[in-house]
Unconditional design. Sequence first.
Length: 201
Amino acid sequence: MNFLAHFHLSPPWPDALAGAYLGDFVRGPVDQHRDLPPMIRQGITLHRNIDAFTDNHPVWRRSCHCLQPARRRLGGIIIDVLYDHYLCRHWNRYAEVALDDFARTCYESLLSRTTWMDETARRGVRRMRDQGWLSAYREKDGIALAFRRMERRSPALTGLAGAMEDFTLHYHDFEEDFLEFYPSVMDFSATTWAQLASRSP
């Protein structure tokens, strides 16, 4: 899942949201990072479990197969971003707070926890806030811009911007997949967090 989904699937506390973010930055076993507060470590673990659940879910895999074969190697990135679009579009189904208010809370929470981040992660938080990533995916133009920015970062992502062709062609297929998939990952996340919290000292 991409940033918006990870934040929505996380408990709304700053440490948990920081862990949801740092799941893309912290490497190695979580238990090795004893310098991090316990709830940040739980958030990282939840992030990793959500990613594993997602990657193995048949509906998410079905979405990947809507991509042109040449782009399927980038399917993990593409579908995660597209699912954030549908989460934005259907936000009121899954959340009681307005999307822009939720995004503002996330930015403020992450900025309050930059002490626990390296410089790369800190820069990412600032870009996320300054460029309004969490709500920008509401519109197709925001998705296109995100793909172009990602593609410029690494030669390994060459061709990513072309995913807009698949997005346009299979827009409603992806939407149906998301609507089928998302309630299951919400249930999984809630159960997983409860298990993590029960084991916390």
